[in-house]
Design a protein around this ligand. Structure first.
Ligand code: M6R
Length: 626
């Protein structure tokens, strides 16, 4: 949700900023902008800030900057996903102080912005946007220049002014600020919104995601809440809320920059779908001890503590919530304890029954989803143990949980989650196996066998990718012009259907709904008229015959049936117009394989409909607002 980048050094700042913003664009793409320092000309005069902003993607900003000179070597940039205020040029970042000497870019949300804005306006500040961010620019201006009438002393120092402004703000921020009076300086602050800084051979860098600065350095500092950084071309100074110097930990980034490139694929979504066999394998590496028992280092909870667990809540949003629906089936089957799955946005405002023996499992690809974080905090206050499943090392979800399993999806760029979803299911499957093992419901032999079969899904996904693309293409042709589509399944198949429908609607804008197939006759069947696409998860399972019966009801009404079936099932062709196969797999692991053709289907329909599959409209990769 929004991306920040900043650079001060000896290179052309606009080039560094644009290249960083392009890497961050997946986080938001309503508008983009930069603030570049313009040095005093030969005729003298003060340094000033050149603000360039454009509605739309970074490419528009890049074209605009192509006409500008290359002299600036310090600047900040931002790509936005609109929260406060529409996606207009006026609302695009950077935002400036009244006199234009101070510019800021900000991720997060300022909860008390209405009060702060009213207060600042009452002292004569003029606001140029509807954003919450702009209060930061005016607060920093006051702290820099001083406002004796309001009891604000002058700091005359950008870093100190940023620190002072932060004391007034309630909410979350990753912030970078520049001031025309301090050429070459970027002041950075962080609270509940990621910020990384790093030193390269040609200067100092800041970004909201390491992906934007990995070309310059692999040794970065992930700022903690309440930490500040002052970047200059010569180096970076770190300080705490009181301004005392600190020595933060340095993190070495060992993943490859290829992850941020399409690598010959037409889009990131397809590339990431095709990486899923690797995700399964990597997520399982080192999880089985030589004695055949599951071993999860980062667990954070002892086996004794796990044995006491008598209820599990999985809390998550969107696709991660669907991973939770799959986990419920596994946890209840293998550990024999009740498991509820709840949207984090609902959970946080309910009064769920939580005791010290409740385990809350928070699932979040980004590790920074606001609703999920709020639900974690609430659950911990109520005494639950919280376990995080996330793809981002050191993310807020990881830090605020008692224990964590990291999915090994690696960076996911396409906004629609695909490989991170598969990583989540594999991780949740490990957790379910572990609970079954600890509670004595699964023997070591059973765990070992299930673990081996879980690993086999990597090759099964590869088989789907290698052999079913044509079948998916045919199915996509059957859907692309439909006004709507229905996804159905039972048991695991129902959970898979929910994710299939979400994927289709978010990338292709084709309306889709998912239903437990047995529920169709209670209403949704009224939607079906001749040619209406019904996508059914009809894989080999204990409820296969029931699903087929439900499909007959659709067939009788002329539905265009696309069945996801198990290889070898020729009977399904009697009722299905199109069949996509998955290899035979235990029902418990079917979600890992059967989700893949549905991801491919969503992408294929989106491509046919001319949609931007990697950056669907109105969405952002991480949702850090409520
Ligand atoms: O980062 P998270 O897993 O917490 O994100 C949750 C949802 O915002 C996310 O899954 C969303 O639904 C995606 N657009 C799905 O493709």
């Amino acid at each position: 949700m929004c991306g920040i980048v900043g650079y001060t050094g000896s290179d052309t700042a606009k080039d560094v900023l644009i290249s960083g913003l392009k890497r961050l664009e997946y986080r938001g793409y309503d508008s983009a902008g930069v603030a570049l320092e313009r040095a005093a000309g030969p005729g003298g005069g003060a340094t000033c800030l050149d603000i360039v902003r454009r509605v739309g993607k970074v490419a528009g900003l890049e074209s605009e900057l192509a006409h500008r000179d290359d002299a600036s070597t310090c600047g900040i940039g931002h790509t936005r996903w609109a929260t406060h205020g529409r996606p207009t040029t006026a609302n695009a970042h950077p935002h400036t102080s009244c006199d234009g000497r101070i510019a800021v870019v900000h991720n997060g949300i300022i909860e008390n912005f209405a009060e702060l804005r009213a207060e600042l306006e009452s002292r004569g500040h003029r606001f140029a946007s509807e954003t919450d961010t702009e209060v930061f620019a005016h607060l920093i201006e006051e702290a820099y220049d001083g406002r004796p009438d309001a009891g604000v002393p002058a700091t005359g120092d950008l870093m100190a002014a940023v620190r002072a402004a932060c004391t007034r703000v309630v909410g979350a921020y990753g912030l970078a600020a520049v001031c025309a009076d301090e050429p070459g300086v970027i002041a950075v602050a962080r609270k509940d919104s990621p910020i990384v800084v790093g030193r390269g051979e040609r200067g100092s860098y800041v970004a909201s995601d390491v992906i934007a600065l990995i070309d310059a350095t692999r040794d970065v500092v992930v700022l903690e809440d309440g930490q500040f950084a002052r970047l200059t071309p010569e180096g970076i100074e770190f300080s705490d809320e009181q301004g005392r110097p600190i020595e933060p930990d340095v993190t070495h980034i060992d993943w490859d920059i290829d992850l941020a490139e399409k690598g010959g694929y037409p889009d990131f979504m397809l590339k990431e779908i095709c990486e899923q066999p690797r995700v399964v394998r990597d997520t399982l590496v080192g999880r089985l001890s030589p004695t055949g028992e599951l071993d999860i280092d980062e667990l954070g909870l002892s086996f004794e503590e796990l044995d006491l667990i008598d209820r599990v809540y999985v809390i998550a949003c969107g696709t991660s919530y669907h991973a939770g629906l799959i986990a419920k089936n596994l946890i209840e089957a293998w550990a024999r304890i009740p498991c509820e799955v709840e949207a984090a946005s609902e959970f946080r405002y309910r009064n769920p029954i939580i005791t010290p023996s409740t385990l809350v499992v928070a699932v979040s690809q980004s590790g920074e989803t606001a609703d999920t974080l709020a639900a974690i905090r609430d659950a911990r206050i109520k005494g639950a143990k919280v376990f995080g499943i996330t793809n981002v090392v050191g993310s807020p979800v990881a830090r605020e949980s008692d224990g964590v399993i990291y999915t090994k999806a690696n960076k996911e760029i396409a906004v629609a989650s695909t490989k991170s979803f598969i990583g989540q299911i594999v991780s949740l499957t490990l957790l379910a196996l572990l609970l079954g093992q600890v509670k004595g419901k699964l023997t070591v032999g059973q765990v070992r066998m299930l673990f081996r079969e879980l690993g086999d899904t990597a090759a099964q996904i590869q088989w789907i990718l290698d052999t079913q693309r044509e079948a998916v293409h045919e199915a996509a042709l059957a859907c692309k012009d439909a006004p709507s589509a229905l996804f159905v399944g039972r048991g695991m198949g129902a959970a898979i259907s929910y994710e299939g429908a979400l994927k289709l609607k978010e990338v292709s804008y084709l309306h889709a709904e998912a239903y437990a197939a047995g529920e169709m006759k209670h209403g949704p069947i009224a939607l079906i008229d001749p040619g209406f696409p019904v996508i059914a998860v009809a894989t080999d399972s204990p409820v296969y015959d029931k699903v087929v019966s439900n499909l007959k009801e659709c067939e009788a009404r002329g539905a265009n049936i696309i069945a996801l079936a198990t290889e070898g099932d020729e009977d399904i062709r009697r009722i299905a117009d199109h069949v996509i196969y998955i290899p035979p797999v235990r029902d418990a692991f079917c979600a890992i394989t059967a989700s893949v053709p549905l991801q491919l289907l969503a992408r294929e329909v989106a491509v046919m409909r001319g949609c931007d599959v990697d950056q669907p409209r109105n969405l952002a990769k991480s949702v850090t607002v409520e």
